[in-house]
Write a protein that binds this ligand. Structure first.
Ligand SMILES: *[C@@H]1O[C@H](CO)[C@@H](O)[C@H](O)[C@H]1NC(C)=O
Length: 247
């Protein structure tokens, strides 16, 4: 086999590889993270179990800059933004004002965001099946964030600065973040657990409705699927922190 290859023209293996890609639908999806905030953001990336880690699990994104990552078909994971970070080692665990992952360093190395944090969640399709994505406020909110796909993919996320209309009892981190009612009160009713653990019994609350009216396309509580999960295929995605509010 290996020897007969030598008789093929040099581009044959490249061509074969491309045909293989087409046949198997194996492709990479590109994620571009953009920071339009007036301040630096330290994105965190957490791959789902069984998904490979991307190039980094945490890094600094200065204002008006972007960084692109490739993810393989079938990848699942989440992105969020950390704010007010200081990794000089003066504090061993908490390094960021919001969205901290507790690693004590730039990289999150497999740890997720401490609530409250706005999350962009993805499950990429395999072999032509759909990508699923959403922006979730189920763990609260820290930054405005939108997800845009290439082509005709629906845009989702939260353009509004929810910290401005956060109910007093949900305010956290000196007003830099807004807790979910589940996080703040921990009751089954707000957390959709126990007797409230199904879509039929867990209903929007006065608190989730504040989130929903500020961010109509985001998950405002655990069973908010109908208006919050989006799908697309063959797309690349841009995740923007602080998308321009005035457009
Ligand atoms: C976290 O990941 C970075 C980059 O891969 C590595 O340099 C660092 O040692 C890791 N830290 C821990 C505590 O594993």
């Amino acid at each position: 086999m290996a020897l007969s290859r030598l008789h093929l023209p040099p581009y044959a293996s490249v061509l074969g590889f491309i045909l293989l890609l087409l046949r198997d639908g194996v492709k990479c999806t590109t994620f571009t993270l953009v920071n339009k905030c007036d301040f630096p953001v330290w994105p965190g990336i957490l791959s789902g179990s069984g998904s490979p880690k991307l190039d980094t699990t945490g890094f600094e994104l200065s204002k008006d800059t972007s960084r692109t990552f490739r993810a393989p078909a079938g990848w699942s994971g989440r992105f969020w933004g950390r704010t007010g970070c200081n990794f000089d080692g003066s504090s061993s665990t908490t390094s960021c004002s919001t969205g901290d992952c507790g690693s004590g360093e730039m990289e999150c190395n497999g740890s997720g965001a401490e609530p409250p944090a706005t999350l962009a969640e993805f499950t990429l399709g395999v072999s032509g099946s759909l990508d699923f994505y959403d922006v979730s406020l189920v763990d609260g909110y820290n930054l405005p964030m939108i997800v845009e796909g290439s082509g005709l993919c629906p845009t989702t996320g939260c353009v509004t600065d929810l910290n401005q209309n956060c109910p007093t009892e949900l305010k956290a981190k000196s007003g830099l973040a807004c807790r979910s009612a589940c996080e703040a009160f921990g009751t089954p009713e707000y957390c959709c657990s126990g007797a409230y653990g199904s879509p039929g019994t867990c209903k929007p609350s006065i608190y989730s409705q504040v989130f929903k009216s500020a961010c109509p396309r985001s998950y405002s509580y655990a069973y908010d699927d109908a208006t919050s999960t989006f799908t697309c295929s063959d797309a690349d995605y841009t995740i923007t922190f602080c998308p321009n509010l005035s457009r």
